[in-house]
Each structure stands twice: as C-alpha cells, then as structure tokens.
Design a protein around this ligand. Structure first.
Ligand SMILES: [Mn+2]
Length: 312
C-alpha cells in the first residue's frame, strides 16, 4: 500500500482499468479509486476506462481517452485476476502497471501488486487504502457511494463468507462520508419487467427429482422473455435453498451445447461437474452436456451423489 501511494504521488496521469463485463465491485473500485486520487490531488489527470455496465451507471461514467494519454502515465488495474480479462488492453501502454485485486492470483501481471484474497470485495481494499492514509488523502461523497456499491454487490449485501469486522468498519466509514444506503439499494434493486416475468416462469416451471431441483432454460424461453443469456443464467439462485432439495441446477441451452450451473448446500458437487467437462467450487460449479439426450444420465448421477450424502 505504501508503494502504491508513492507511485500515485509520483505520476501526473493515472488511468484506472477494470475487467470485461464489469460488475458493481469493478465499478466501485475504479470510480472509488479515481475519486480518492482526484479529490486528494486535484492537479492530477485521472481517468477510468473500460466497458460500460448499465446497472451501475449511477456510480460513474467511463472516460474516453486517446492512446497518447498513456505516455508517461501510470496504469492501475483493479478487481481482475486474469490479464485476458482486463478491459481495454491499452493498460500496457502505461509506463508502469499496478494490480490491486482480491481474487486468487492467476496471472502475475503488473510491476507492482497488492493482492489480498481475505477481502470480500476490491472496493473494500480501496476504502481500506484510503482509510490507512486518511491523514494525507481525501474522498468525496461520490467516491463513498462508489465504494459502498462495490462492497454491497460483491458481498451479496453483506451475506457472504468473507464479510468481516473490517468490512463493516469500512461500510460505516463510507456512510460517514455521505452514503445514502437506501438510495444505493433502490438503484441496485431495479429490475426490468422482462426479468420479473422470467422469474415467474422459473418459479412455475422448475422440475423436481430426488433431492434435486432443476430448470431447462431453452432458447425459445430466452427469446420469449427477451433477456440476455447472462440474465437467463442469473436466475439459478431462485431454485436454491428449497427444503429437502440440497442440489439444484439451471440448464441453459446454447446452439451447440447445454451449459449447466450446478449449486449445492449439501454434498460437494465439483467432482460430478468434472465428469461433465466442468468444475469450480465445492458447492458451486459449471458443467456441460452435448444435448438434452444426456439429461437423464446427469440427473441419475446427481441423485446418486445426494443419496450417498444423505447416507453418511
Ligand atoms: Mn470483486
């Protein structure tokens, strides 16, 4: 953190990058850091670049800059573990690159790195950075709103493991800086009519097996409800946590395959996912089928996993 502060002080132009398809934490970290630097050092030129994400637009607007802006500039990449996923590959044009992230490191990119997986959000790292050097740094209400948004989105609104005493301390500090909790919640809670309709479909059409709940998200449904593949895939949580059904899955139909989002609050399911060309975490994995013909076998395999788990 000390080194990063030194570097921020040393450069006149600082360009902040995030990841492709940015989420709330990515925006929160990017715009939060921009605010801290810009508010503390008003003479510096600070830019945020990368893909835009509509649902967190209220946090800030991306800057559009020329390649020449990178001459002699410092690039800072936040919330991104893999080099390939950095949005706007021009970060390499900067004179030096700093990585700030909370994911398990994949690529050791950057001249300087601050990576700490104990933080449940990257925005909390930025808030902690500000707080550590608060005698020489400033922050505005807009920056506080950005960071708070990052913290609440990446922690599922303070519900996920990883939320710590420090998380709440930082949230409290940001509230003191002017965050309106209800304003942010209302911005994040807005849903399209199409998504609400799709949710209605999911609740009415899930299928149950032995301890297993699933839904077939076919192309015609995705089209009918006018949602993106990503939105369609996001509803997997709706069929989770049902009493007596420790495993659930969403099968999403693509032109040449069926992608599976597999979840559990009972048995570990990553081994099963491995068997179907997937993997991930013990209780949240991805996998795939070649066609719907393979579905009965997959269901039988899930039921076997659940049966073994219940025997123990
Ligand atoms: Mn994050």
């Amino acid at each position: 953190m000390q080194k990063i502060l030194e570097k921020i002080k040393a450069y006149d132009t600082i360009i902040i990058h995030g990841h492709k398809r940015p989420d709330g934490d990515c925006y929160g970290s990017q715009f939060g850091l921009k605010d801290v630097i810009q508010t503390s050092f008003p003479h510096k030129k600070v830019y945020v670049v990368g893909e835009r994400s509509g649902f967190v637009d209220f946090v800030g607007q991306m800057d559009v800059i020329e390649d020449t802006t990178y001459q002699g500039a410092l690039s800072i990449v936040v919330d991104t573990a893999v080099q390939d996923r950095i949005s706007d590959p021009r970060y390499v044009l900067g004179k030096e690159v700093i990585k700030i992230d909370h994911h398990i490191p994949v690529d050791d990119y950057g001249d300087y790195r601050w990576v700490d997986t104990s933080f449940p959000s990257c925005a909390q790292m930025i808030a902690h950075f500000y707080d550590t050097f608060k005698d020489e740094l400033n922050i505005s209400q807009a920056g506080a709103i950005a960071m708070y948004t990052g913290i609440v989105t990446d922690t599922g609104r303070f519900r996920f493991r990883g939320v710590s005493e420090l998380t709440h301390q930082m949230a409290g500090m940001l509230i003191r800086k002017g965050v309106d909790v209800e304003y942010i919640d209302s911005k994040l809670s807005i849903e399209t009519l199409d998504m609400i309709s799709l949710k209605g479909y999911v609740y009415s059409n899930f299928v149950t097996a032995k301890g297993f709940v699933y839904l077939k998200m076919t192309r015609d449904i995705i089209q009918k409800y006018n949602v993106t593949d990503e939105q369609a895939a996001s509803v997997v949580g709706l069929i989770g946590g049902i009493e007596g059904f420790p495993v659930w899955a969403l099968f999403i139909e693509y032109p040449n395959e069926i992608r599976i989002r597999l979840r559990s609050n009972g048995p570990t399911i990553d081994k099963l996912a491995n068997k179907y060309e997937g993997g991930g975490h013990a209780k949240a994995s991805g996998a795939r089928l070649n066609s719907w013909d393979d579905l009965p076998k997959f269901i039988a395999d899930v039921e076997e996993v659940i049966e073994k788990y219940l025997e123990v």
